[in-house]
Write a protein that binds this ligand. Structure first.
Ligand code: GRF
Length: 234
């Protein structure tokens, strides 16, 4: 039985799409019961509808407090058929959630952030990294806690920052990696393979033999652990 999950979006929803695509490819063993957006015009809602996934719009501007907003999100998610054994994915959801939310879905909420945390948290991780002049940035999937872009790290992908490209050039290349690591992290969580110990997340071995994904299908300038490449002697 696929695990019931909810996905929270605020915008384009390409990370939501990456989850839908992996489900349809048979790689990801979840069923999206509900997509919630805090923006009525989020394109992510369209993506969900076109795949027959129920949607809700909850406008945070109509609430007096974060806690009140989170109470309604919890209710909507429960009503959709996702309980505390399910998972909630923040896929481009530009809100901090409170103890009201995290107390229900304890260690069951994950977020994708477009930078190598703890560097460049916040709403524009790609631009902040580019403006700082770092040579490598990337993306991080992490468990969510009450601080912004802060909880224990599950997986990170490093992406080179090319000369003069700025955040606008870097963003789409980071996004390509987001679409790979977010579904992977989700499946690990679904399979019960993630063990949290303080800030550390241990990936437990799979029950059955799994082969690793060759990275040969990713262009060298899109993905790098060390960039620029080290020269001879170093
Ligand atoms: C992604 O870069 C995500 O990491 C960030 O906002 C962007 C949203 O992309 N928080 P999308 O809505 O999933 O297309």
């Amino acid at each position: 039985m696929p695990l019931p999950i909810a996905v929270l979006v605020s915008g384009n929803g390409s990370n939501l799409q990456s989850i839908i695509d992996r489900i349809e490819a048979g790689a990801l063993d979840v069923e999206i019961k509900l997509v919630i957006s805090n923006k009525a015009d989020a394109y992510g809602l369209e993506r969900a509808r076109s795949h027959g996934i129920p949607t809700r719009v909850l406008l945070h501007t109509e609430y007096d407090s974060r806690e009140a907003f989170d109470t309604d999100m919890v209710r909507a998610i429960r009503d959709s058929g996702v309980d505390e054994s399910g998972v909630v994915v923040m896929a481009g959801f530009m809100r901090i959630v409170t103890h009201v939310f995290l107390g229900v879905f304890e260690n069951r909420v994950i977020n994708i952030h477009p930078a190598l945390l703890p560097s460049f948290p916040g709403v524009y991780g790609q631009g902040d990294a580019a403006d700082y002049g770092v040579k490598i940035s990337g993306c991080t999937v992490h468990f969510v806690d009450e601080q912004m872009d802060h909880g224990p790290v599950i997986i990170q992908a490093a992406v080179p920052c090319l000369p003069g490209e700025g955040g606008g050039g870097l963003s789409p290349r980071i996004l390509k990696m987001e679409h790979r690591v977010l579904p992977q992290a989700l499946q690990w969580l679904v399979d019960g393979r993630l063990e949290i110990d303080g800030r550390f997340v241990r990936l437990k071995p799979a029950d059955k033999a799994v082969s690793q994904q060759p990275l040969a299908d990713i262009e060298p300038e899109t993905y790098a652990l060390i960039w620029p490449p080290l020269e001879e002697g170093f």
